[in-house]
Design a protein around this ligand. Structure first.
Ligand code: FRU
Length: 478
C-alpha cells in the first residue's frame, strides 16, 4: 500500500468512527439491506461468488452523505443473508483515479480476484479523464493496485467512459463499458483480450443509432452483458430518456435488452428496452453468475441527480442502501426477478395467516422489517396503506398499479406506475425505510425508500370486492 493510500484509509476509518454513534441512532437504519457504515453508498461493484463466498463491493463516500469522494467499500457473505464488513478495498490515492475509484466488476483469473474499475480524473477546469484500472486480491480482502489496463479513449467518444463489466468466454476476456459519443449519444462498447493485459476495442455492442435503435439518451452507465437461457441480456442505465406516459418517470432508468449478440464482430440484435424496476429508487444494478448457476442481481436503491439530499437520513450522516439480491429468470421475452431463496432464513417465528375482507378494512400492526405475501386473485381493486406513508394500489379493470408516497423535497404526493394484466400475488419486502414489491413472482418490481414515523407500524388493506389471503413474517433484525 502506498503512503497516500494508507493515509486515505486512516482518514476514512476515522470519519466512520466519529460518526458511527450518530449514524446508528438513526431510526431509518435498515434491518436486512446493505448500507454504508456512514456517508453515501451508490452502485454495487465487483459482485462475485468467489471460492464459495459472495463478495460485494460498493461505491462509497465515507466522509459525507454526498457524491464528492468515491471509494470501494467491501462486504462478503456465505449465505446472502449475513454479511461481514471488510477493510476498504479501493481508495482514490493514485494519479489515475484521484477523483474517484468509480464503478467496475470482478472476475477470477489464475485463482486471484481481479477487480476492474474506472479511475476518474478531473483537472482544475473540470475536464475529465477516464482510466480502466486493475486491482488484484489473493485472499479476497487485501487488494493490490496494478494501474491502468486501458488508458486511452476511443476516437469519437467523450471521457464519460466508465464502469467496465468483465467476463470470460471461450478462453477470451471481454468487458463492456458505458460510453458517450462526441455528439452526445449513449453506447455500450465491447473490448476483448487474450491475456488480460492488451485490450482491444472491437466495436459498439449497442447504442443510439445502432441495430436500428433510434435516439436513446446521451449516456449509458453501468452495462452488464451475459447470457441467460441461451439469450443475450444487456443491462444498462441510460440517461436522458424522456418520460413516456406512466413509464420512465425517474430522472434516470435501469433496464435491459434481450436478443442475440455476436461478440466476435460486435453486434446485438435486440428487442425493446424493458425497465427492471418501476418504483422510485433503483439504478446501476450488477449481476453475477453464482456457483449454483443462478444469475443474481443487486441494484442501488437510489437514483443520481434526484432529490437525494432531502432524504431525512442525511442529517444523521448516511444515505442510501442496496436492494435485496434477486435471482433473474427468463420468461419468454422478459426477465423475472425473484428474491433469492436464502432470504427465507430472515423469517422469525410463525407466519401470520389471515383472510382479509377489505370491505372491513383490516388493520394489521407489523414490525418494520416484514415480509408479506398477499394473494389478491379475487380482488377487483385494492389498496395497501403502509404505515401512513406509502400507498400501493391496483385496479383489475385496466391493470394499473400505483405506488405513491410524499416526495422527499416538498412532501407532495408523487406516484410511480406499472401495468400487470392479472395481478395474483403481491410479495413485499419491507424494511425500516424501504419497500420492494415483487408482483406475480417478479414479473414486475417496484422499489422505493420511504420514511414513515418510526412509531407507526400499521398496515391497512382496503378494497371493493373479493377477499384476500395474507401471509406475513417478522424478519430478523440481526
Ligand atoms: C452510476 C455512476 C457510475 C459511476 C459511479 C460513480 O451511478 O455514475 O457511472 O462509475 O456512479 O460513483
Amino acid at each position: 500500500m502506498t503512503e497516500k493510500e494508507q493515509q486515505l484509509h486512516q482518514k476514512a476509518y476515522q470519519a466512520v468512527h466519529e460518526k458511527r454513534k450518530l449514524v446508528e441512532s438513526d431510526p431509518y437504519r435498515q434491518a436486512f439491506h446493505l448500507m454504508p457504515p456512514s456517508g453515501l453508498l451508490n452502485d454495487p461493484n465487483g459482485w462475485i461468488h468467489w471460492q464459495g463466498t459472495y463478495h460485494l463491493f460498493f461505491q462509497w463516500n465515507p466522509f459525507q452523505p454526498d457524491h464528492t469522494d468515491k471509494f470501494w467499500g467491501h462486504v462478503s457473505s456465505e449465505d446472502l443473508v449475513h454479511w461481514r464488513e471488510h477493510p476498504i478495498a479501493l481508495a482514490p490515492s493514485e494519479w489515475y483515479e484521484k477523483d474517484g475509484c468509480y464503478s467496475g466488476s470482478a472476475v477470477e483469473k489464475d485463482g486471484l480476484l481481479h477487480l476492474v474499475y474506472t479511475g476518474n480524473v478531473k483537472d482544475e477546469n473540470n475536464n475529465r479523464e477516464s482510466y480502466q484500472c486493475l486491482a488484484v486480491s489473493r485472499d479476497g480482502v487485501r487488494v493490490e493496485k496494478k494501474g491502468p489496463l486501458v488508458d486511452t479513449l476511443p476516437e469519437g467518444y467523450t471521457a464519460h467512459f466508465r464502469d467496465p463489466k468483465v467476463w470470460q468466454e471461450n478462453g477470451r476476456w471481454y468487458f463492456v463499458i458505458g460510453a458517450q459519443t462526441e455528439d452526445l449519444t449513449g453506447r455500450v462498447l465491447l473490448y476483448q483480450s487474450d491475456d488480460f493485459e492488451n485490450w482491444e476495442l472491437t466495436g459498439p455492442l449497442a447504442g443510439s443509432g445502432i441495430n436500428g435503435l433510434g435516439s436513446f439518451g446521451y449516456m449509458w452507465e453501468c452495462p452488464d452483458y451475459f447470457e441467460l437461457d441461451g439469450t443475450g441480456v444487456l443491462i444498462f442505465s441510460p440517461q436522458g430518456l424522456e418520460t413516456r406516459g406512466a413509464h420512465w418517470q425517474n430522472v434516470y432508468q435501469a433496464g435491459y435488452f434481450l436478443g442475440a449478440a455476436d461478440l466476435n464482430a460486435p453486434s446485438f440484435s435486440h428487442g425493446e428496452f424493458i425497465e427492471l424496476d418501476e418504483g422510485f429508487e433503483f439504478y446501476a444494478p450488477q449481476t453475477t453468475l453464482d456457483e449454483n448457476g443462478r444469475r443474481i442481481l443487486i441494484g442501488w436503491m437510489g437514483v443520481p441527480d434526484s432529490d437525494e439530499a432531502y432524504q431525512p437520513t442525511v442529517e444523521n450522516h448516511w444515505i442510501h442502501c442496496l436492494t435485496i439480491p434477486r435471482e433473474l429468470k427468463r420468461e419468454g421475452d422478459y426477465l423475472r426477478q425473484v428474491p433469492v431463496k436464502e432470504l427465507e432464513a430472515l423469517r422469525t417465528g410463525e407466519a401470520l395467516e389471515m383472510k382479509a375482507d377489505p370491505s372491513r378494512t383490516p388493520e394489521v400492526a407489523v414490525t418494520p422489517a416484514s415480509e408479506l405475501k398477499i394473494n389478491v386473485r379475487e380482488a377487483e381493486s385494492f389498496q395497501l396503506e403502509l404505515r401512513d406513508e406509502a400507498v400501493f394500489s391496483y385496479s383489475a379493470s385496466d391493470g394499473l398499479v400505483t405506488l405513491s408516497r410524499p416526495a422527499f423535497k416538498d412532501g407532495k404526493t408523487e406516484e410511480r406506475h406499472c401495468y400487470v394484466e392479472n395481478l395474483e400475488e403481491v410479495h413485499l419486502y419491507m424494511d425500516h425505510s424501504s419497500l420492494e414489491f415483487f408482483l406475480n413472482d417478479g414479473e414486475k418490481v417496484m422499489s422505493a425508500r420511504f420514511f414513515p414515523k418510526p412509531e407507526n407500524n400499521v398496515i391497512r388493506i382496503r378494497g371493493d370486492k373479493g377477499s384476500m389471503h395474507w401471509t406475513s413474517w417478522e424478519l430478523s433484525e440481526e
